[in-house]
Structures are given as structure tokens and as C-alpha cells.
Design a protein around this ligand. Structure first.
Ligand SMILES: Nc1nc2c(ncn2[C@@H]2O[C@H](COP(=O)(O)OP(=O)(O)OP(=O)(O)O)[C@@H](O)[C@H]2O)c(=O)[nH]1
Ligand SMILES: [Ca+2]
Length: 724
């Protein structure tokens, strides 16, 4: 309707303009071709579709002085003389113009819808929160992290995500616990074929997570269950059993979880999730302008992740390209299996076992073997389950696989340091043929792996060791060695009570020299390159950030591009500009041809149908109306009426009424719409409405040419009564 009306408006004009040097007959005579809506329509008038749209240039042509009226007033023709030679594009040319205009209009409209929807969603999503639950299925335990993501565009960041970790109700079991996290032990890799153990490990975490998140958001909360090194090193049958059972237990959770979200993540994935979390928390990620990011050293119980920005493309397997916000990052990311704290200690046991020449195999398998360890305090005696001591030994029913060995404390700092260095040298224990010399090269790195460079945050296990020895983040590696030596020299009963109760106290005499050797000889990282990170930096935060980023960018169809726009162009200005250009294009479109498809020109089309009551809002757009009259000047109603200047505009009241509710700036045009049935109709259905002008002008046009005096007065009387 709206487009149809615009078309009529401009077409009406074009009908008059059609007289101008067009192939149409000299004058348009409106015979009494039957009465309709109180108006006499001529065949030609009904055939609007053949007329081209109104050309603003022709406005002047329509000025009164250029109009000469026929004798009976019922028809008129234009004075050709006063009219410049209009050019009448050929029919095929018009068709092309029409097609191009329609295409441009559709493209502009689509762009407008896109921008508005993106702007709307982005503003909506600013307030909206999404929740993410991430399970870290580590080798020493399973932890749940709950994150609340919201959107906040900032000028200094191309990453508009605000991520908050929800840790309500977490109290460290003992002051010795290094992390504020909801955790169950042991890790999944010790629960193979133990479904009840899995349920015990998972259910408390789900129940805790439910309490962190509003109930209404449970269904829209995504739950990711990612297993790391502990499960990664299991046999395929065992890891499949674990993941299948975990999935069946989780399927009952109120959160949204997909089967592909219950999985073992690769060491590289774990590495860059950790790097993402670290640089998000240090506000390096997505910084504009770009800032140098930190490398991440994530020391677990079973593996060590190393991630840093590296412009050299040395080793394909470890290269990773990441785009965060509008910034590209070229990373080297790898995970060193067996370098975790627990696995390293186990390697020291295996190493010692290899050195024993008189080991009785049946004693070993029967758990009767006793062995001294130089990194255990004097007076320490304890059973250690060694899974790598006799790999061929059949799996125990439940709990950790391996053989029990009785370890006895025989502290010797020198031997302990050498054992730790040996545990760092992969060629000493992995299957690599040639031994690497730790004094010549980073002996923890496989051949070809890129050497770590730049500044690093050392988190997880590094943090746990610093915390155990009560060292500040600024302490040096030598401080760690000093503290470790002091601890090793203590008798076990003294050492054990010198710290709050916590797991693995007996292993910290080994852990001190181990982490120092790992950094210095294993990775060739110096003290100056290291900052010890807090326990809250965990790769699970990286998962939530990347998932939230995916969700946002997919739903706002290229958040980045929008963000670029919002950075540079005020969205309001952008949208207003688009709207105005769309409307101008529409005007041009309807002027160029009756290009609106016939469908749009049906007067009864409900499109944009408004009742005047609901639409009595001043139009935000000021249409340049086709009326040839300048504002305030009266348009001749029709030759008849005009030729009778004394005729009072007796229908002023209805006009007045329309004027008061009129949306138009130039009410003068209203003065010249006179009633007919359609006028009455206009008054009823929003004749003063913003959308009604074309009909009025069309009606005006028609009636100006075809309305007889009688019709006019009768229909005016009707409309007048109607208003009453
Ligand atoms: N003292 C103390 N040590 C802890 C605590 N939590 C973890 N650790 C030790 O720190 C080491 C690293 O812990 P995590 O980073 O959780 O290791 P993980 O994730 O289970 O191991 P991966 O699967 O290799 O990542 C573990 O081997 C534990 O020995 C704690 O609360 N207190
Ligand atoms: Ca871990």
C-alpha cells in the first residue's frame, strides 16, 4: 500500500507530466467512463501502470502557469509550448532502469535490515548473559568451573566479552588446597570400569553448578567436559568406556550438552585454551592497539603445556593461528606428556628401579619390593603405586594401575637434584635414540620443536610449588632450590607438620629441583622470563571465552565487522543514513517507472494499513510532495472550481479536521483534496494518515480532471456528514 501510494502519487504527477512531449495524446480527456468512488475514471486513469513515475524535474512543468485548462473544465491539456521537450526513455530502457532500481532498493533494504538486526541484537545481547560450565577432567582430579558471559564493547578492545567465574560456596577443603575450585578426586583415568566411581565424581559437580546458575538459564547453559593428559594416555578402549559412561551420566543434567562436547582435548588445544585464558586475564587478548601477549606454561600432574606467540613458522605440528576479535595471533603450542609433577616423580621411581640390579620380579609384582629414594625425607616410609614400573602388569580392578613399591626416605640433595634433572631429559626415558645433553640444548623438547621465547606466566603446578614453599611470585628459581633443600633435610615428622594437610607433601622435596631443572635445562627459560601466575588462571576459562565468542559472532553475523562499524561509525547515524537513502531511492524508483509490482498497487493491500487514531504521529520524514503549489498557495481544485474563485471552500470544517489530524506539513494540499467517497474513506481510514497522501493526490488529480461540480458538492456533503 505504502509503495503503491507513493507510486500513485508520483504516477499521478507523471500522468500530468505524460502530456509533456510524450507519445500520449495531446490532452487527456476524461470521458464519463462510468462512475467509481464518486469519481469519474477515464480508462487512461485506470491504467496507471502504464505511466512512468513522477519526475521531480517535471515539477516546474506542473506549475499552474504551465497548465491551460480545457473549455469545460472536465478535461484539460497542457500547454505544450510551456513545456520543455521532455525526453521519454524508451520502453526497454525503462525496463532496465526499473530492474536496476529494484535491485538497488532490495540490496539497500537488506543491508538496512542486517545493520538494524545486528545493532539490535548486539544491544540486546549487551544485557543478556550466557552461562558456560566446563569440566576439567585432570589426572589428579575432576573440577567444575562456571562462567557467566556478557557483552561489553570497549574502544580499547576488540574482544567485547566479559567473563566472570562463579565460585559461590567453594571453601578450600584444607588451607593446603592450592585452588579455589569444586573438585572431586581421583581423576577419571583412575576410574576405568568403575561406573559408580564416575557417578560419585560427577554428580556433586553438577549439583554445585546448578546452584551457580539461575534455573531459567539452565537449558541455555552449555556444558563442556574435556579430559586432559590423564585420560589422553589411556588405551582407546578405556578412554571410550570412560567418555561413553560420562556422557550417559551427564545426559540427565539440566544443562545443554552434546556428545561431541564430552571428549579428550589434545595437548595443543589444552595449550591454547590456557594461553587464551592467561592473556584474557592479563588484558592482552584483543587489545587495541595490539599488545605483546604472554607465553603460558601450564604444569599439570601429567603433562606440561607450552604456548607462546611465534612469528617463525618452524614446526607445522605446533603452529597455530588464532584470530581473536580483530587481531591475529601466530602461536607455537605443544603439550609435553609425562612432564607433569606426578608423572615426573613416577619417572624418578622408574629410574631408581632400573638402577637396582637385584630386583626380584615376583617381589615386584607381588608388591614386596622396598626401595630407597633420595628425594624423600628421612623416616618416610610409604607405599607407592608405580604404573610405569611394570607396564605389562595386568590392570587392578579399581584405582590406579601399576605395582605397589615400598619407598623409604634416604634424603640426599645432590642425588635428588640429579634425579630431577634426569626426569627432565626426555632422551633418558622416552624412546628417542640419541641422548640429548641438557647442557647444550633444551632437553625436554622433542627434535624440531620451537624453543620458547619471550615472557611467560608459569601457572598450575608452578604456582602450587611456589605456594607450598610460601614463596612470592617474585621469588627466583634459586629461592625455590633453597627452600626445597631446607625441606628435604627435615625429618619426615617435622616436614609433614610444617605445612597444612594436603596431597603429595612427600613429593615436594623432588618437585623443587624438578621445576627449576625443567625451566632451565628442559626449556632453556631463564628467571627473568618467568612470572608465577595465580591458581585462578586455568584453561577452562579459555574454553568459555572462545565458545562465547563463537556464539556472539555467529549470531550477529560477523560481529567483527559490526564492531568495526561501531568503532568508526555511530550506528544511529548509520541506520538513519540507510533509512533516508532507502526512502530517497524508493522515491526515485517510483518516479522512474511504475516499477512497483502491480501487487503493491492494490489499494486494499493491508501493507502498512494504519488507522488514523493509531498513526497520529507526525511523520519523521518530510516528503517533498508532488503538488506543484508552493506551500501556502492554493492548488486549483479543478478547472471548474478554480474558474469560480468566489466559491468558498465550504468544506473547510472537514478540511480543518483533516488539517488538525493531518500529518503533512503543507496542509495547503489538503485544502485541495475534496471529498468524494474516497475522501470520506480517507477520513475514516486515516485520510490524515501519513500513508494516505497518494490516494488524496491521485483522487485530487482524478477529481481535478474528472469530478463534476455536482459530484463534488454531493460527495463533499457526504464526507462532511461522515465527520459529524
Ligand atoms: N598442595 C596442593 N597440590 C595440588 C593441589 N591441586 C593440585 N595440586 C598438585 O598440583 C599438580 C597439578 O595440579 P593440576 O594442575 O590440577 O593437575 P591436573 O590437571 O590434574 O593434571 P593434568 O591432567 O596433567 O593437567 C597436581 O599434580 C597436584 O599434585 C592442591 O590443592 N594443593
Ligand atoms: Ca591440568
Amino acid at each position: 500500500m505504502f509503495f503503491g501510494r507513493i507510486t500513485q502519487l508520483f504516477t499521478a504527477a507523471s500522468v500530468t507530466s505524460l502530456d509533456v512531449g510524450t507519445s500520449a495524446p495531446d490532452s487527456i480527456s476524461f470521458g464519463s467512463s462510468g462512475r467509481k468512488n464518486g469519481l469519474r475514471h477515464s480508462a487512461s486513469l485506470q491504467d496507471f501502470s502504464s505511466y512512468h513515475g513522477f519526475d521531480p524535474d517535471e515539477e516546474a512543468i506542473l506549475a499552474p502557469q504551465n497548465i491551460t485548462w480545457g473549455p469545460n473544465g472536465s478535461s484539460f491539456s497542457k500547454d505544450k509550448g510551456g513545456v520543455p521537450n521532455g525526453t521519454n526513455p524508451s520502453r526497454s530502457g525503462r525496463k532496465w532502469i526499473r530492474a536496476v532500481m529494484i535491485l538497488m532498493c532490495l540490496v539497500l533494504f537488506a543491508l538496512l535490515v542486517y545493520i538494524v538486526s545486528m545493532y539490535g541484537y548486539t544491544n540486546w545481547s549487551r544485557g543478556a548473559s550466557r552461562y558456560y560450565v566446563v569440566f576439567d577432567c585432570g589426572s589428579t582430579g575432576t573440577r567444575a568451573y562456571v562462567y557467566q558471559a556478557s557483552v561489553n564493547y570497549r574502544k580499547d578492545s576488540s574482544l567485547p566479552i566479559v567473563m566472570k567465574s562463579l565460585t559461590e560456596g567453594i571453601s578450600r577443603k584444607t588451607s593446603g588446597r592450592a585452588y579455589d575450585r569444586m573438585e572431586t578426586e581421583p581423576g577419571f583415568d583412575k576410574l576405568v570400569n568403575n561406573r559408580s566411581g564416575l557417578k560419585t565424581a560427577i554428580k556433586p559437580l553438577i549439583q554445585w553448578a546448578e546452584k551457580q546458575i539461575p534455573k531459567h538459564a539452565h537449558r541455555t547453559t552449555s556444558l563442556f567436559v574435556f579430559a586432559t593428559a590423564g585420560v589422553r594416555r589411556l588405551r582407546a578402549t578405556d578412554s571410550s568406556w570412560l567418555l561413553g559412561n560420562v556422557w550417559s551420566i551427564l545426559a540427565k543434567s539440566p544443562f545443554t550438552c552434546r556428545r561431541e562436547w564430552v571428549k579428550i582435548i589434545s595437548g595443543t588445544e589444552e595449550a591454547y585454551f590456557g594461553w587464551t585464558a592467561l592473556n584474557y586475564q592479563t588484558s592482552m587478548l584483543g587489545a587495541v592497539p595490539k599488545k605483546a601477549t604472554f607465553g603460558a606454561l601450564d604444569l599439570g600432574g601429567s603433562s606440561l603445556q607450552v604456548t607462546f606467540e611465534n612469528e617463525e613458522r618452524t614446526h607445522n605440528e605446533t603452529n597455530l593461528n588464532l584470530r581473536i576479535g580483530s587481531v591475529n595471533h601466530h602461536l607455537s603450542a605443544y603439550s609435553l606428556a609425562g612432564y607433569g609433577l606426578n608423572d615426573a616423580f613416577e619417572r624418578s621411581v622408574v629410574n631408581l628401579l632400573k638402577r637396582q640390579t637385584d630386583v626380584n620380579k615376583s617381589d615386584l609384582i607381588g608388591g614386596k619390593l622396598e626401595m630407597k629414594h633420595p628425594c624423600l625425607n628421612s623416616g618416610y616410609k610409604g607405599q607407592y603405586i608405580c604404573s610405569q614400573c611394570a607396564p605389562s602388569v595386568r590392570r587392578r580392578k579399581k584405582g590406579k594401575t601399576g605395582v605397589p613399591i615400598k619407598l623409604v626416605g634416604a634424603p640426599n640433595w645432590g642425588e635428588c637434584s640429579a634425579l630431577a634433572k634426569n626426569a627432565v631429559n626426555s632422551s633418558e626415558w622416552s624412546n628417542t635414540e640419541h641422548g640429548a645433553d641438557c647442557d647444550l640444548q633444551p632437553c625436554a623438547l622433542p627434535d624440531g620443536y620451537p624453543r620458547p621465547h619471550g615472557q611467560f606466566y608459569a601457572v598450575s603446578g608452578f604456582f602450587v610449588v611456589y605456594r607450598f614453599f610460601n614463596l612470592s611470585a617474585e621469588a627466583s628459581l634459586d629461592d625455590v632450590l633453597e627452600k626445597g633443600r631446607e625441606f628435604c633435610e627435615k625429618a619426615w615428622q617435622v616436614a609433614r607438620t610444617s605445612v597444612s594437610p594436603q596431597p603429595f607433601i612427600e613429593q615436594y622435596c623432588f618437585r623443587a629441583p624438578y621445576i627449576v631443572s625443567l625451566l632451565r635445562e628442559g626449556l632453556y627459560i631463564t628467571d627473568k622470563q618467568i612470572v608465577i601466575g595465580s591458581g585462578s588462571i586455568t584453561w577452562t576459562l579459555g574454553v568459555a571465552i572462545l565458545e562465547a565468542g563463537k556464539a556472539l559472532s555467529s549470531s550477529t553475523l560477523g560481529l567483527k565487522s559490526y564492531e568495526t562499524l561501531s568503532m568508526k561509525i555511530n550506528p544511529i547515524a548509520l541506520i538513519s543514513g540507510l533509512l533516508v537513502s532507502l526512502l530517497l531511492l524508493l522515491c526515485a524508483l517510483s518516479r522512474v517507472s511504475n516499477c512497483m509490482p502491480r501487487f503493491f498497487r492494490k489499494p486494499y493491500l493491508p501493507l502498512f494499513r494504519h488507522s488514523s487514531a493509531s498513526l497520529n504521529i507526525p511523520s519523521p520524514f518530510k516528503f517533498q510532495r508532488w503538488s506543484p503549489m508552493s506551500p501556502g498557495v492554493k492548488t486549483p481544485l479543478s478547472p471548474t472550481v478554480r474558474s469560480s474563485p468566489h466559491r468558498p471552500f465550504s468544506f473547510g470544517s472537514s478540511i480543518q479536521l483533516m488539517e488538525s489530524s493531518s500529518l503533512y506539513s503543507s496542509s495547503s494540499s489538503v485544502m485541495h483534496s475534496y471529498s468524494s467517497d474516497s475522501l470520506g474513506e480517507m477520513q475514516v481510514d486515516g485520510s490524515s494518515s501519513f500513508w494516505s497522501s497518494p490516494r488524496r493526490s491521485q483522487m485530487r488529480l482524478q477529481s481535478r480532471r474528472s469530478q463534476s461540480r455536482e459530484d463534488l458538492s454531493s460527495s463533499l456533503a457526504e464526507s462532511h456528514m461522515l465527520k459529524m
